[in-house]
Structure formats: C-alpha cells, structure tokens
Design a protein around this ligand. Sequence first.
Ligand code: ADP
Ligand code: MG
Length: 704
Amino acid sequence: MGDFVNAAEIFGENVFNDTVMQERLPKKVYRKLKEAIAKGEELDLDTADVIAHEMKEWAIEKGASHFTHWFQPLTGVTAEKHDAFITAPMENGKVLMSFSGKELIKGEPDASSFPSGGLRATFEARGYTAWDFTSPAFVRQDAAGGTLCIPTAFCSYKGEALDQKTPLLRSMEAINRQSLRLLQLFGNTTSKKVTPSVGPEQEYFLVDAEKFLQRKDLIYTGRTLFGAMPPKGQEMDDHYFGTIRQRIAGFMKDVNTELWKLGVAAKTQHNEVAPAQHELAPIFAEANVAVDHNQIIMRTLKRIACQHGMKCLLHEKPFAGVNGSGKHNNWSLTTDDGLNLLEPGKTPHENIQFLLVLSCIISAVDRHAGLLRESAADPGNDHRLGANEAPPAIISIFLGEQLEDVVEQLISTGNATSSKSGGKLNTGVRTLPDFLKDATDRNRTSPFAFTGNKFEFRMVGSSDSIGAPNTVLNTIVAEAFCDACDRLETAENFDEAVHDLIKENLIDHQRVIFNGNGYSEEWVQEAEHRGLPNIKSMVDAIPELTSEETVAMFEKFHVFTRAELESRAEVQYENYAKTINIEARAMIDIATKQIVPAVIKYARNLAESINSIQAAGVLEVSVEKELLAETSELLKETHAALKVLIDLDENACAMEEGQTCAKYYHDVVISAMNELRTPVDKLEMIVDKEMWPMPSYGDLIFEV
Ligand code: ADP
Ligand code: MG
C-alpha cells in the first residue's frame, strides 16, 4: 500500500523512444531513421542492422529474453510469436544473444490461421510482418519475463493488408497529402506534415475473479447470457464520477504505473454510469501510436485486473439492461508545427480555413455515414447502438450552439458575421469564480460531436480496435479535402470560390447536423425523413464495406483495393457468425448442465416438502403448490426453447460461411437465444439463491 509513483520518473522507461535512440544510435543511423520516418521511406538493411543491435542490447538491459513482431490481425486483438534472442549453440556449447536487421524489419509468421477472407490462398500460408517504425518498440514485462515488442504491419505474400495497421498507415498518408494541399491554399508554407491526433476514452467493467469463474457465459463469451436484473441498477446515478473504492484505486494505480512505463500517457480515470464500470483516457497521440496504445491499454487492464483478483470485461454489453461500454474516439488534425486544423478560434465566423475544414468534414460524414457506422460494428456493439444509451445507430453530427449558429448564418445569408460567445456561467456563489461556459457545449447522445477543437466519434465498441474507425475517418476527410482542393486550386477568385464551396457543402449536407436528443423516438422518424441511414446491426452494416462508393474512394487514395475490402467483409461475416455460434452453444451448455438440473432439484425439494408437510397433517400447502406449478411451467418453457435453439444452431452450423449464414444467426438464432433466456431469468427470481448455479447480476456488479 501507498508506495509513491513518480510518473515523470518512470514514464517511457520501457520504450525504445526518441531519447533512447538519440543516446544509443550512431548519429548517422539516427538521422537516417528519422529521415525515413519523416518521408515514409523504407530502411536499408545496413541501417536496420545497427538499430537491431542497439535495440537488442537495450532490451536485454530491460530484462528481455525474447522479441516479437507485435501485430493486429483482423481478429480485433493483437497477435505475437515469440523468438528468443539466441543463436545456434556454438562448439563450446554456449549461445550468443543476437538480433539482426533482417529480423527486425521483417518476419514471416506461419499465418494461415489468421482470418484473411480468402486473400491468402492456403498454399501460400506465409504472412509478412514489417516493422512500423513510426510506432516505437517497447519491452513488456509480465509472467513471460521481458519481451521486446516490435509494432508491425501484417501483409500477405503479395502485399495485401491482413491487419488493422496497414490500411491505417495508408490512410494517414492520404490525409497528410490532402491536408497539406489545403493548407497551401491558405498560404501556409511552414507545415510539412499533418497527422491525425487520436485520444480514445476506454470504458470497462471490473468483476470479482472468483465470481467470474462461476459464470461460464462470461468465460466463453465475455458477456452474461442469462441474468435477472438486480433490485438496484444505475437509477440512482450514484456511481458516475463517484468516489473510487480502495480495491479499484489500487488496481488503477498499478495500471497507470504499467502504462506510464510503456510510454502510454494514461491521464484520466473515473467511475462510469453503471456500477462496476470505469473509464480510462490517455492523452491523445498520433493515430497509429494511439491505436497501438489502445491495444496496450486493453491488455494491461486485463492483466492487472487478474493480479488484483478481478476480471476486466471489455465486452460492449456484459450485462443486459445495464449501461454498456464504448470507446470515444477523439480525432483532430495536427501539423508538425503544432497547428490544429479543427481549432475554430474565438470567432469561428472569421476563420475561413476552419470553416472549410468543418464543411468538408460534414460533407464527408454525410456521404459516408454508412461506412462510418460499419467501422464501429462488432457483434457486441449490436447490443448498444440504437439501444437508448450509447449513441443511436444513426450517424449525425452535433456542432454545439456556437457553430450551429455560424452554419445557419452561412446557409441562410451566405455570410456569417458574428460568433456567439460562451458567456459566463454564474455559479451564484461569490467565492467561486465565474466559469466560462464552453461555447461548444455538450451533447452526450450524439455519435459524432464537435467538442471544442476535435470531433468525438462515440460509436466505437469497447473491445474493438480503433484502427478501422480512424482509417475511415482519415480517408473520408482526405477525399473531401481533395475534392475541395481540386476546385479551389484552379479557381480564378479564391475568396469567392472558397466562400461558395463552404456554403455549398453546408447546404448539401446539413441534413446530417442534429443538435437534439439522439435517443428520442422523434429523431428516428426525423432521420428517416431526412434520408439518413439507420443501420441497426452489424450484418446490415457490412455491405457498406463493398459499396461502389466505398471501393472507389478507398482505391483512389490507395487505402484498400477492392479485393482487400471484399476479404474484410468476408472476415466480418465469419466473425459475426462464429461469435453468435459460441454464444448459442454456451447457452445450450449452461442451460442443459447447470440451470435445468438446478431447477429440477429445487422442484424436487419443493415437492418433498409439500409431501412432508401434508404427512404432518397440515393441509395448507397452497403457496408451495403454486410455486411448484410455476416452476414446472417455466421449466417446460425452458426445455422447449432449449430444443429449438439446439436445432437452429445445428442448421446454422451446416450452412456455408458468409452473408447468408451471418444473417441466419442474426435473424433466427438470436431470437431463439432470447426465447431461452426469458424463462430462465424468471426462474432465477423463484429458485432458492443457494441452489442457483451462478452468481447473480447483483453479486457481480455490486460486490466487486
Ligand atoms: P472529455 O471531456 O470528453 O472527457 P477530454 O478533454 O478529457 O474530453 O479529452 C478526452 C480525450 O480527447 C483525451 O484522450 C484527450 O487527450 C483527447 N483529446 C483532447 N484534445 C484532442 C485533440 N485536439 N485531438 C484529439 N484528441 C484530443
Ligand atoms: Mg469525451
């Protein structure tokens, strides 16, 4: 307890970062690496050899025995294969520690069992991992000892992307190029590079490990498949931002310490809306680093939770009826000389460059709303999106009072002449300073909200990689910038042309702007009226990946080829079907082996006590009889629903993988799962708690 952690002292101590490289690499090598990073070029083998050697020496000092190319296949989590730093034993029976440039730059994992959606023919099982030197290597210390993790991209033999990172890096190139064009139009000659900045806020649940282990559904699927609501839920709003309990505080401290050592700038932590739900947000970073860091965060949360006798649930909806978890993906564009393209300044109406950027983003989001929605689709997120808590499944943009006013002026008169100021928020308490009210305001129901100097995409699922959403964001905005530049670069009168373009973008795409309550039924109607897509499920979203518009855009900016997109769609269908299949089978297993026997036992006890009470000459057993009848009835329903689910799941398993199969799971199997859950949850409320085979919702979320 209580040992003090100095963040500044430990920050980045396990990262092969710029400081370490400057210290350890020969000047020439360091310069070459920096140049390659800046220009996005490949490294030559000689340079790589020197870097590999120094990296190895440094890693060994940090206790590393192995290295791994750490990559992010389409499974959504990270993958790694560990190799020890040793050479073949020499004549004297000893080994040397070695690590070559070739090993650093490229690896060839036998990757045949990673999802490829048909991209990699089985005879060519190799995949290639290539070092992404824009994201620093790090040494992870855990039960495996020290492992040097080298962030890498993962491709097929022909260079097709098999991971989250490759397209992300390509999209960063696209947005960089188009942003620079746009800046040059406004006379900027100093900025050399524009990168998307990303800060994801990560939500998660913590439950007691012992209780977790008594729930087969949590073990197999990450969410509860049965469970009656506890007497108390989140209705008291007493958890959100509440005092952090000591057990959780101790966990958070260890998480932060680990993350800081790994160079992840963990910054904010608080309790979330649901009991046992929490959030962690790092300070934003360059998109690809942020994507890697988010993976590190998820893994660290899980690992440290185990050390504290808890389990961290990253599933989007671990408990039906209780607030789910997401990730708010904060996104902006930053130049190498520190400008934020999304910074409106105090008087946005005068900031033409900002208004152009804003109008382009609005047009991009409206044009590709379906694709953006798809980028946040995963099986768990189907339980959140559109279900009155997380953002609705309809993409809309929240601008806040100030910008909405500017946009309205532009649309109605073609000119914006004023900006509403935030105004003071009078607290009514003399000793407190008057707060400046944030003119951009807040709206928690919007899936895509402008929050001061960034957009916050709130649809992403808590367990999902933020790779895909950022790839999409970067590319759709690159396209809008490109269209704008094509027009403005050839305009005779730039001022007039830019003014017209902003107005046109806003008029054409104002339907996507919505500042009201995104959870309301009226919005669903209104959105339909406006022609905005409302894509309710993952299986309905997947076709967005291969629509003609999507393919044309991604091909134009060299982010994805058609084949890569088609393979991704395949992978997604498979992933969906597999997930639901596992859930269905887990339900069948739990119902058959745990719930039905427990209920039978309870019914037998009840029947026996009715007999013995009657034998004792007491005739009044109506309550017991009523309970027994109710139990038997529900048991019958359970048994019938179980049989249906078994049959339907068998049908689904016999189908060929792909869209039809995924749709069958969504339309048919899930309904059968719900049918089974209903009587079981009712039984949980009747059966003696001692006999119920697993901890209840209340036990899980109120007793951590
Ligand atoms: P909130 O009030 O929504 O919690 P914060 O200001 O705390 O907002 O930021 C939430 C996340 O947004 C953090 O990860 C933060 O680093 C990130 N963030 C802040 N500014 C930017 C920016 N300009 N671009 C991208 N992310 C940002
Ligand atoms: Mg936020």
